[in-house]
Write a protein that binds this ligand. Structure first.
Ligand code: ASP
Ligand code: MG
Length: 466
């Protein structure tokens, strides 16, 4: 099997963690062709990417010596790990290379300070350095553990557009380059250790794929190499049925469909963003989420199949605001919905939920609380004439609410699920402010008062015995 696996920042955040990674890679290499994708080291007291970005910003603010404090700390972090993980020869070879990379950064920060300006393009040179350093460190650690491994910068593999800071891959070129560079390595039994997060334009200028972009790098390479499976190693056993801080009996889901994962993307940092894994979904490549620190746990497999169960998980989206536009003249008034959503779109607010009863007297929608004020102001502007005509009479905002989402593709075509959800809410005395279910039927969303949110999640989790 060909497996592309990614280790996140915390999974490579210390020498002990990297030792664990080396064991996982060695064991996997026994059975599979393995490509490793790594994030920058996210050590408890030194978050590499954040630190690099802060240094770049300090330089832009005029501090020509912005890297003076951070470069030695970053060097020490990686060289200390190297001392613990690699042979003396590997360690000796690594040191000048890392020094040169950090020296380059210091020069760059002096130029930025002189210019007094930090372009997104220059920032990408800074922010992607952690991955470059770490790929070299981890490749050295793997070699020291007896594997044939080598660091590969994704600037050679992932070709992107030039939206610095948030670049998108050009898949055809990326496929060509990745296969050309990596397949011969796999054929000889080597393990390429590829930098997450970064890529380069067609003319070779380094870019980054956006914060947290290593997941995306891994998915891009998994698709480009036609991997049989892609594993995301994180710090949790997999995707949970609910947030364990709210529901102590929450458990790991063995299997999820791509669609279900998409429905759950909004909750918790541990679900992969649907856009991130889209290259894998498109090719129907199965994804696993596994725990670096508990590698014997099978984790959660996400694929085209959803597995057992109707309701899979209960999630809550906090810090939302419910906006209701209502008035007697909205009945049969064509185009009013388009204008409402058009107004919201102009403010770039992300709409999380929409509901309109067929009596058409009101439309309600939920947006993140931070976007609500601007959205409402724009709505009032858009609907000025409708207010004058009394077609629209009120725009209400209610911001102490949460959206509770019940997710599972097995709900489709299964009668009685909504009844059980609403029955459970009723028995618990929880008032429903609004409800929505899309016609894909894999998500029922309830809006409840913020003070009822945790209880609602617990009640649903219990009533479906998740
Ligand atoms: N190191 C990058 C970040 O912190 C990318 C990643 O970790 O996924 O955003
Ligand atoms: Mg990360």
């Amino acid at each position: 099997m060909r497996v592309v696996m990614k280790f996140g920042g915390t999974s490579v955040g210390s020498a002990d963690a990297i030792r664990q990674v080396a064991q996982i890679v060695a064991a996997s290499r026994h059975e599979h062709e393995v490509v490793v994708v790594v994030s920058a080291m996210n050590a408890p007291d030194l978050r590499t990417t954040d630190t690099l970005i802060a240094a770049a910003q300090a330089a832009a603010a005029g501090d020509g010596d912005a890297t003076a404090h951070v470069a030695p700390r970053l060097l020490a972090l990686h060289l200390d790990a190297a001392a613990a993980l690699t042979t003396p020869a590997e360690c000796a070879a690594l040191e000048p290379e890392l020094r040169a990379m950090l020296e380059y950064l210091s020069n760059l920060s002096r130029s930025i300070a002189v210019l007094g300006e930090l372009t997104p393009r220059a920032l990408d040179l800074f922010s992607g350095l952690g991955e470059r350093i770490n790929a070299r460190l981890i490749a050295a650690a793997l070699r020291s553990a007896g594997l044939d491994a080598l660091a590969v910068d994704a600037t050679e593999l992932i070709i992107t557009d030039d939206r610095y800071g948030n670049a998108a891959p050009l898949m055809d070129l990326t496929r060509e380059r990745s296969r050309q560079r990596l397949l011969p390595l796999l054929a000889r039994g080597a393990v390429p250790v590829v930098t997450g997060f970064i890529g380069a334009t067609q003319t070779g200028v380094p870019t980054t794929l956006g914060r947290g972009g290593s997941d995306y790098s891994c998915a891009i390479l998994g698709a480009a190499l036609d991997a049989d499976a892609v594993w995301f190693w994180k710090e949790v056993d997999g995707v949970l049925t609910a947030n364990p801080k709210v529901v102590p009996e929450a458990r790991t889901l063995p299997q999820l469909s791509y669609g279900e994962m998409g429905e759950m993307a909004y909750y918790g940092a541990n679900v992969l963003h649907p856009k991130t894994v889209q290259p894998l979904v498109q090719r129907r490549i199965p994804i696993s989420i596994r725990n670096t620190f508990n590698p014997n746990h099978p984790g959660t497999v996400i694929s085209a199949e959803s597995g057992m169960g109707t309701v899979k998980a209960v999630t809550a989206i906090k810090d939302v605001c419910l906006i209701t536009v209502g008035g007697p003249g909205m009945l049969g008034l064509a185009g009013v919905a388009a204008r409402i959503f058009g107004a919201i779109a102009r403010t770039k607010a992300n709409i999380l939920l929409i509901s309109q009863a067929s009596s058409e007297q009101s439309v309600c929608l939920a947006v993140p609380r931070a976007d609500a004020a601007a959205a409402v102001a724009e709505l009032r502007r858009e609907l000025t004439d409708d207010f004058s005509a009394h077609d629209v009479e009120h725009i209400e905002e209610r911001d102490q609410v949460v959206i509770v989402a019940v997710v599972g593709s097995g709900m489709r075509g299964t009668p009685g699920i909504a009844g059980r959800v609403f029955g459970a809410m009723g028995q618990a005395g929880i008032n429903l402010i609004a409800i929505a279910q899309g016609s894909t039927e894999n998500n029922i969303s309830l809006v409840v008062a913020a003070s009822d949110g945790d209880a609602a999640v617990r009640v649903i989790h219990r009533s479906f015995a998740l």
